[in-house]
Design a binder for this molecule. Structure first.
Ligand code: PMP
Length: 404
């Protein structure tokens, strides 16, 4: 058997170093647990950055994928196929929107929303395409394409990848007033994460999303909510915008829409917005393919039961209550909603990386972000017992670091 150490060495030798993975080589996973090549088990507290909301290998999702693999996997959009209509109708109903434009990755869906907003701005508002601007937030993460990194404020994502795409205006996250001041007659949209995931699970002040909604309506511009990471059950609601009863003009979805099986993303919007896209103006060979749609349909059916949203809300209370008990014991702050937490570790005690490694040694896989933050987002199928156990591992790891 090739060992983890050997596989890591081989991976590092033959792959670009565009990630900094924890030294674990996963071989198998079921539910909330993964097993490495040596047979050691870990509780997954990252869920593929919220792509595995329904757990690894959810039977309904796997069954849908298997059935589809046996029948039809790809047609391209040159033809219709029998899974497409149901996927679009299902996602349309889930979002309450008329139309769906399917893509593959989150970044592609964000790019799609940007293109739609600009073309809508031209056709509906009369904004010249070379003049249009979209208001975006400091600390944003929307993906890694050249246009998207043009307005990233993370130096690693942004620096030295120019020339950059113009047409974006950065304002501080959490300030509706800053957006109000930045809007001008050439503004076509506001692009916002309802919770900033990659920035460390930053929850904006109450009322922020509704203020953006009101402002966009008043100004006649589009509100685009990037729910790629926050959507589809993670926060205890179908969409994080639901917490404020806010309906954006465009939902951007990805990650969990593919059930952890295939990349599936989409934007959802009403006909007056998405109807401006005509044949030939946007698309992707794999966007809306039969396998993606079959898996997406299974995901939508799971969400339609409401069970996952309710479970994430209930377990989220347990998670946050337990994590808050660690404040002053190595933890400085706990943020988040539902089964999603950003935990700031006392920087004097340890870096996030040191804590994620200590957790790994204790069979918990979590992701460190930005120096001293740890993110916890286990699959929603995690048992309450395992969830509490994971937080206890964090408590013990911090205690150990403190006394080392
Ligand atoms: N938007 C948000 C809010 C995200 O968190 C991410 C991924 N972390 C993306 C977009 C990009 O998704 P992908 O990696 O599938 O391109």
């Amino acid at each position: 058997m090739t060992t983890s150490a050997e596989l890591i060495e081989m991976s590092e030798r033959r792959s670009a170093h565009n990630y900094h993975p924890l030294p674990v080589v996963i071989h198998e996973a079921h539910g909330a647990w993964v097993t490495d090549v040596e047979g050691k088990r870990y509780l997954d507290c990252l869920s593929g950055y919220s792509s595995l909301n329904f757990g690894h290998g959810h039977p309904k999702i796997i069954e849908a994928a298997r059935d589809q693999l046996d029948n039809l996997t790809l047609t391209s959009r040159a033809f219709y196929h029998d899974q497409f209509a149901q996927f679009c109708a299902g996602l349309g109903d889930l979002t309450g929107k008329d139309l769906i434009l399917p893509m593959n990755t989150g970044a592609e869906a964000v790019e799609t929303a940007i293109k739609v907003a600009r073309k809508w701005g031209y056709e509906v508002k009369g904004v010249e395409p070379d003049q249009a601007n979209i208001i975006v937030m400091e600390g944003n993460f929307h993906g890694r394409t050249t246009t998207i990194v043009s307005f990233s404020t993370d130096p690693e994502a942004h620096d030295n990848f120019g020339p950059y795409t113009p047409g974006f205006r950065l304002v501080p996250y959490g300030s509706a007033e800053a957006i109000r001041q930045a809007v001008d007659p050439n503004t076509v949209a506001v692009l916002v994460e309802p919770i900033q995931g990659e920035a460390g699970v930053l929850v904006p002040p109450d009322g922020y999303l509704s203020e953006i909604r009101e402002l966009c309506t008043a100004q006649g511009i589009l509100m685009i909510a990037d729910e790629v990471q926050s959507g589809l059950g993670r926060t205890g609601q179908t969409f994080a915008c639901d917490y404020e009863g806010v309906v954006p003009d465009i939902y951007v979805l990805g990650k969990a829409l593919g059930g952890g099986v295939v990349p599936v993303s989409a934007i959802a919007a009403n006909r007056d917005v998405l109807g401006i896209i005509q044949p030939g103006q946007h698309g992707s060979t794999f966007g809306g393919n039969p396998l993606a749609c079959a898996v997406g349909i299974a995901v939508i059916e799971l969400l339609n039961t409401g069970e996952f949203q309710a479970r994430a809300a209930k377990l989220g209370e347990v998670l946050h209550a337990r994590l808050r008990e660690l404040i002053g014991k190595g933890v400085v702050e706990v943020r988040g909603r539902g089964l999603w937490a950003g935990v700031d570790i006392d920087p004097e005690l340890a870096t996030g990386r040191e804590v994620s490694k200590a957790l790994m040694a204790r069979s918990v896989l979590a992701k460190d972000t930005h120096g001293s933050t740890i993110r916890l987002a286990p699959p929603i199928v995690v048992s309450e017992e395992d969830l509490v156990w994971a937080v206890n591992q964090l408590a013990d790891a911090l205690y150990e670091l403190n006394t080392a």
